[in-house]
Design a protein around this ligand. Sequence first.
Ligand SMILES: [Mn+2]
Length: 301
Amino acid sequence: MERFQSPLNFMGLPDELADRKRAKVWLLPIPYEATTSYGAGTRNGPDAILTASRQVEWFDREWDCEPVAGFGVHTLPPLATTHGSPEAMTRHVADAVRDLLTGEPAPRTLAILGGEHSISGGVARGMAATERGRDMVAVQIDAHADLRDEYEGSPFSHACAARRILETCPVFQIGIRNISEAEERFRKICPHVRTVFAEDARPGGDWLADLAAFVQGKNVFMTIDLDGLDPSIMPAVGTPEPGGLSWETTLDVVRTVCREAAAVPVFDVVELAPIPGMIAPDFLAARLTYKIMALIEAQKK
Ligand SMILES: [Mn+2]
C-alpha cells in the first residue's frame, strides 16, 4: 500500500500537477470573516472545501477524461487576514490578486475560496488593475442583491459586495430573492446592474440569452456566493434563503459564461460556513469549484 495519503492541496494532487510553475490554475484560500451578520463560520470554508476536494473524482464524463490532469492546480497558502478595517482587507485582497495575475509565473486561471463575500470587491479591484481586467464584467450568483452602499456602518460589508464590484465594472446577478427597498430602488435606476430574480432563473427562460449577450467577448469575473443555491442542497451558509438555484441551473450559468466570454481569468466561491458533521455542502462546493475550473480551461484548447 501507499505509505502516505494524497497531499493536503486541492484534490490531493501529486507534485507534478500541483507545481506552481506548471499548474495553469492557482487556488487562493481567503479565510476571512469579519462582517458576518447572522450564522458564522465562513473562516472555516476554505479548509472544508480543500478537505472535501480530495474526495472529488478527477474523471468527468462531460469530457470523457480527467480534466485536472491536463491543467493542474497549484494551491497557494491562505492569504493572511488583517484584523484592521474591512477597507484595509479589501486593499490587501486587491493587491494580492493584482500581483498574482501579473507575476512571473502567473496562473491562467485564478480561483479564490472564501471567506465571506466582502472579499469579492477586492478581487474585482485587483483584476481590474491588470491587463486581464480590460473590458471587464462580473457575474454574481447570490441570494442577496448585495447592493447596499453600506451596512452596519461599513461600505466593505458582505452585504455591499455587488455595490463595491459595480465601482469596477457592470454586474449581472442571478438567483436574487432577498433585496431591501433601497437596493430595489437603486437597482432600477442603475444602468450597470442587471438582476435575474430566483423565480425567473428557470431552465428555458430568456435570461440565459441575456447573460450570454452580457458576457460576450468580455473578460469575466465570476463570483459565486453559495447562498445563491437552494438551501436544500446548500444549507451551510450564514443566511440561507428558500427558493434558490438548483445544481443544474448553477452549471447552466457557468457553462454560458465560459462559452461566451473572451476569458474568465478569475472566479471566487464564497460564504461556505461548514456545518459540523455535515459533509454534503462542503463536497458540493468542492465539486462546483472543480467543474468551474474544468469549464474555463476547456475553452483554452
Ligand atoms: Mn453575497
